[in-house]
Design a protein around this ligand. Structure first.
Ligand SMILES: [Zn+2]
Length: 209
């Protein structure tokens, strides 16, 4: 079980790196090992070259239990978010470039792409807070108290899943949606889905949770 989870994190960190969703040591991933422990990525390790033994085990207060390195500097973001979502087991934080770029434009993102509403509910942007700060962890926990993914203003993305693969998949969705919206805004202003249809899509999302 533990070995499989370690492999799972490493595999998805490689995907994140290969797809350009983070650079070098950026980003971090966590997964619940059991009711009292998490496996998290270490700080200062390149995600493209991460190995299963590099992961750090911590308790739910963030105390290191085992591992060579130190846990990610964004550990409080992972702990806070998972603490309020017992239905979720994994957090993926990455720096996908188009999602970050869209967060700088302050353009409308939500309610334009129906498939995004069906898969994410809301394409939300968490207001800026300094990286590694408690304020960022609080903002993210608030945004993810109901929905499972968000763009962090000027910074990146964060996504929740029952598995690392699910959280990774939502990260892909957010970046893909950002790419589509970026392309649309480059030539025109995309029209939102009509309000009544948007409400129907949101109801479908809620019913599928
Ligand atoms: Zn970051």
């Amino acid at each position: 079980m533990e070995h499989a989870l370690r492999e799972d994190i490493v595999r998805h960190c490689r995907f994140l790196h290969q797809r350009g969703y983070l650079a070098a040591n950026d980003g971090n991933v966590s997964v619940r090992l059991d009711a009292k422990r998490l496996l998290v990525t270490p700080s200062g390790v390149h995600k493209g070259f991460l190995e299963p033994d590099d992961l750090v085990m911590v308790d739910l207060r963030g105390k290191k239990l085992s591992g060579k390195g130190q846990p990610t500097g964004e550990l409080s973001l992972h702990l806070r978010t998972l603490a309020q979502r017992p239905d979720m087991s994994a957090v993926v934080h990455a720096h996908p470039p188009v999602a970050i770029a869209m967060s700088l434009t302050k353009r409308r993102l939500d309610g334009i792409l129906p498939e995004v509403t069906l898969s994410l509910g809301k394409l939300q942007v968490v207001p800026y807070a300094r990286p590694l700060s408690d304020q960022l962890a609080r903002n993210v926990a608030h945004a993810l108290s109901h929905f499972n993914a968000a763009i962090l203003e000027r910074h990146g993305t964060v996504a929740l899943g029952r598995t690392v693969a699910e959280a990774y998949g939502l990260t892909e969705r957010v970046e893909h949606a950002s790419q589509v919206l970026w392309s649309a805004y480059a030539v025109s202003t995309p029209k939102p889905v009509p309000a009544k249809e948007h409400r129907a899509l949101l109801r479908m999302y809620e019913e599928s949770r």
